[in-house]
Design a protein around this ligand. Structure first.
Ligand code: PEP
Ligand code: MN
Length: 263
């Protein structure tokens, strides 16, 4: 169902007037984790200030260590819903349990399925059973074929509103957190009709590589870029080495717009 052979024209996922998959770049920013209303509101205000409409923030955080901050859970979803309404933004957040998919529908504009859950087939089926766009991230060690099959699981249940997200894969290379598989973007665009985003934060894991990776993503044909922004990354409860502060976000946007939006 996700194959370009079955449906030659691009699938477009519409969110607050942004049409992801229409050939223009769409940008998603927001903190790694929802920590408080004020923290998310500060970023939401900056995002709106740039004329953008898409906000991310994790409420259920799948952390490598059980002792790390696990997210605010439902409370985090409530904060996102309030922010989305107040700032007129589409809000995106990860759900990790099939049982929470139905609940999430009331709070989110897009349900994210994270890298660690790309082959959680019960979660994929639950996501396929609701009428809500799904942002599906590539698994840490998933082949492109496995990634496409994960999207197929969702669409097979009837939900065709899927956005794919390349977020880097695990290789022997340690200079970056993961290895951004940039050629996955045109392959996914050729083989499926779904929009493709690139998460430059979790792929590189390096603040200094966010802008060049974003430029590469748009140059190779991605439908957009996702990156993390936090009012004060030094005190962030997760991913404090790679989130941008508001000043860097401003510079990032200026540079990316002069690179990509002028074309
Ligand atoms: C995230 O986007 O918040 C996240 C945890 O990313 P990933 O699942 O790609 O690691
Ligand atoms: Mn993060």
């Amino acid at each position: 169902l996700v194959s370009r052979k079955k449906k030659p024209e691009n699938t477009i996922v519409e969110l607050k007037g942004e049409r992801i998959g229409d050939g223009k770049p769409h940008l998603v920013f927001g903190p790694c984790a929802v920590e408080s209303y004020e923290q998310v509101a500060t970023v939401a205000d900056a995002v709106r200030g740039k004329g953008l409409k898409l906000l991310r923030g994790g409420a259920f955080k799948p952390r490598t260590s059980p002792y790390d901050f696990q997210g605010l859970g439902l409370e985090g979803l409530k904060i996102l819903k309030r922010i989305g309404d107040e700032f007129d933004l589409a809000v995106i957040s990860e759900i990790v349990s099939p049982a929470d998919i139905e609940v999430a529908v009331d709070y989110l504009d897009v349900i994210q399925i994270g890298a660690r859950n790309m082959q959680n087939f019960e979660l994929l089926k639950a996501a396929g059973a609701v009428n809500k766009p799904i942002l599906l991230k590539r698994g840490i060690s998933a082949t492109i074929e496995e990634f496409i099959n994960a999207a197929e699981y969702i669409m097979a249940q009837g939900n065709g509103q899927i956005i794919l997200c390349e977020r880097g894969i695990r290789t022997y290379e340690r200079a970056t957190r993961n290895t951004l598989d940039i050629s996955a973007v045109p392959i996914l665009k050729q083989e499926t009709h779904l929009p493709v985003l690139v998460d430059v934060t979790h792929s590189t894991g390096r603040r200094d590589l966010l802008l060049p990776a974003a430029k590469a993503a748009l140059a190779i044909g991605a439908d957009g870029v996702m990156a993390e922004v936090h009012p004060d990354p030094a005190v962030a409860l997760s991913d404090n080495a790679q989130q941008m502060d508001l000043k860097q976000f401003d510079e990032f946007m200026n540079e990316l717009r002069s690179f990509a939006f002028a074309r």
